[in-house]
Design a protein around this ligand. Sequence first.
Ligand code: FE
Length: 188
Amino acid sequence: MMKKYMKNSIYFLTLIIFLVIGCNCSFNNKIAPTVDNNLPTNDRYSDSDTTKLPLSNEEWKKILPADVYAIAREKGTERAFTGKYYEHKEVGTYYCAACGFALFNSNGKFDSNCGWPSFFEPITKGSILYAPDNSYGMKRTEVMCGRCKSHLGHVFDDGPPPTGLRYCINSVILDFSAAKKAEKNFTK
Ligand code: FE
């Protein structure tokens, strides 16, 4: 009886180990950050296709998780100091969580203490679109994704050198991908 119990335990443990290893492997694949399983796959998400995406809000609503939609298409703002990338220090690239377009590099990120991830420059000039925003009685400059025009946050002129700019961005609309180990070693 005891022997059978031991044998079953070993089978069970082996199964658990295989499942854990399988899960870790899948973490390395970069996939569209669709957390809501009821949503269809975001087939517009691509980190290589730079074609503009003039989708309507109705179309975005079908493929974006509710929290991403609220920021991207309704110009929402996540609560200060709560975003997952606020104090994020890893080396890598930040992509648009709606469409996968590359927006910022980790080497353009700095500690602003303002409560949101802050960058002093985008990855390229075309990564970002700008528009005046006079809402809430303030004069600000809105920043949007250069590919899909999703709202990202605002840019202010109180950043560090060399640009003097502070791109204040919602974590929810960012999708981070760590640089490959080889690239990390190369930049050391
Ligand atoms: Fe985008």
